[in-house]
Design a protein around this ligand. Sequence first.
Ligand SMILES: O=C(O)c1ccccc1NCC(=O)[C@H](O)[C@H](O)COP(=O)(O)O
Length: 266
Amino acid sequence: MKNILTEIVAHKHTEVAARKQQRSVEELEQVSWFKRTPLSLAQFLRDPEKTGIIAEFKRRSPSKGVINGNVTVQDVTTAYTRYGASGLSVLTDEKYFGGSSDDLQQARALNNIPILRKDFVIDEYQIVEAKAIGADVILLIAECLSKQEVAQLAAFANNLGLEVLLEVHSGDQLDKVTDHIQMVGVNNRDLTTFKVDFNRSCELAPQIPAGKCKVAESGISNTDAIVTLKQAGFQGFLIGEHFMKQENPARAFEHFVTELANKSVQ
Ligand SMILES: O=C(O)c1ccccc1NCC(=O)[C@H](O)[C@H](O)COP(=O)(O)O
């Protein structure tokens, strides 16, 4: 692990240590959403009647800078839900992605579909936070965590009723998959170089352990890509920039879903 990912993870340790001082786990457990029963993203993705799209709310990113600073989480996420997203992904990292826990809480209050807390989870405390702000799923990035850390964090999340999406970028990272991982995401973006290789998902698909829901992530910008990915066995498609970079992400999403519905997919 190196470059921006090393920097983000180092900052995350500092940030989480500070938040632990401000709010204890016991306090987080008293928040009303902590008691809510989470929705299953894996179940939504496996439903053939749904689109399989996990639509992301992302204001900016290290690779692209500002993507869209003029839209609200309310307008965008409710449109994603209205036009058929199977799930939402909401960035909660502030420093590098311009997101916040508040964004996710607003999305939770307005949308009754599964929500992924998109962040860099390195500590159980963040998983308790995820539940308290209304998330259903957490992301674990294989590149940032040892096999033992993935196993511990995933088991902890499942014990709270949250599902886990494990993100990989290479075949060797698949040895970190455990029984507590419900979904495996192949990130087409190399998080150390930012290079996007759309073929990465299709190459790794056959190596993903049977029984895990397969999710393709990053660089998906047209409906033909979804058709190709479905044929390769993917049930989930995480898309952020393609919608967020438009002046009107809601309209872009609606257009995308309409076009997808008109394509015959095996
Ligand atoms: O996107 C980045 O620049 C980035 C940098 C460092 C760590 C993670 C990063 N992105 C997270 C993602 O992979 C995407 O938000 C997600 O897969 C959606 O991708 P896209 O549709 O290409 O916005």
